[in-house]
Every structure is written in structure tokens, then in C-alpha cells.
Design a protein around this ligand. Sequence first.
Ligand SMILES: [Mg+2]
Length: 227
Amino acid sequence: MSPSLVLFDIDGTLVRRAGPQHRLALIRAVHDVLGLDTTTDGVPLHGMLDPDIIRCMLENADIAPSDIDAAMPAILIAAEEAYLATEIPDIRDKRCPAVPEILDLLAERGVAMALVTGNLPRIGWRKLERAGIHHYFRHGGFGGMAPTRGGLTKLAIADALRDGRITPGARISLIGDAPQDIRAAQENGIQSIAVRTGVTPPGELEACGPDHLLEDLTRLDLSILFG
Ligand SMILES: [Mg+2]
């Protein structure tokens, strides 16, 4: 049982500039289910959950909310299938600085780790596999499992407590590159650690008041992860 749990966002935190395949899978999924050509242009992808991105794409195409709700379950499945059917290149060179070294250090110290990401589950796992870091993780809150990132965080924490991977008083931290990651941590009363390895414009992370703001994970002082 670990005294600490560290929750990691994926895009902009563990890997960055991973390629267009994820975005294209969402577009393909909408086309496969609704026969509709849509775009992610004008959708603020950064920090968003995959189902919210799809909802935005459909709203921009003037699809009625009730029709979006009806189609969403099939689109989410189609998006995972479209991604898995795509040739995903080796993205080990797209890992953020200090990944995987920091994951090795945490694993050596027995720190519990999990994912909190807007990626749909099978997309997130496949992406991490192509980045060569999937084996550090077995648990996570993924897009589609809860309506908000705060909800995904709550799920990941509850999961770790239920499995006995952490004790009830464990120090819990969420590391992410977007304002949404900081807010998710704050909503759950856990430590927020923001990294500047994503595409968040200067000033936006500070404005959310994270507990710690780092240039990248090479600056992570491991002692802040322990109570
Ligand atoms: Mg991110």
C-alpha cells in the first residue's frame, strides 16, 4: 500500500505533439456513425475530454442536442475503433522531458500511479503503448467514464482506495498541463501540479492557482509528492 498517489494527464504532460491520428479518429467516427463531414477546427481541443470535443464538433455542424445525445455512445466506440485501425507511429520521441525517468523513480519508490485523461480508454492505452510507457500504468479515469475531468479524478481516487493501493490519508497529486487539470485537482481537494509542456498560453496556468507550476517534469521535486 502506497502513502502517495500521483495522477497523470497524458497529452501535453506525458507525451506531446503525438500526431493527428487521434483528432482524425474523432472525425472519422462521426462520419462512420452519422455520415457527416465535421471538423475540429475552432474546437479548443486542449484540456478537453474526447466526448466534449465530439459534442462541440457536432454543435458546430448544427446537430440538435437530442440527436447528439442519441449518437454519442456509437460515436465513442467508433472513435476507439478508428484509432486502433490506424497505423500509429512510434512516438517514444514525443515523450515529455524526464519521461520515463520520473515514472521509473516513482515506481521504484512504490508510489501508486494512475491516469486522468480526456482520451477515450482504448485511445489512451494505445497512445501510451506507442510511447513505450503503458506498462507504468494499470488504472485510470478516461474520457467517457465521467462527465468532467473532476469526475474522472474522483473515479481514479476511489478506484485506488477501493483496491487498497493507497491508504485513506494518502497524499494525492494530479499533474497536468491545462487549466482543466488544475481545476480537477482543486475540485477533489488534492495537490495540483501544473507543467508548461503543453500548449496552454502563458499566464493561464498561473491564473488557476496551482499548488506548483513547473517548466517540465525535470523540475519535479519528488518530496512534494509525499505528505
Ligand atoms: Mg493535457
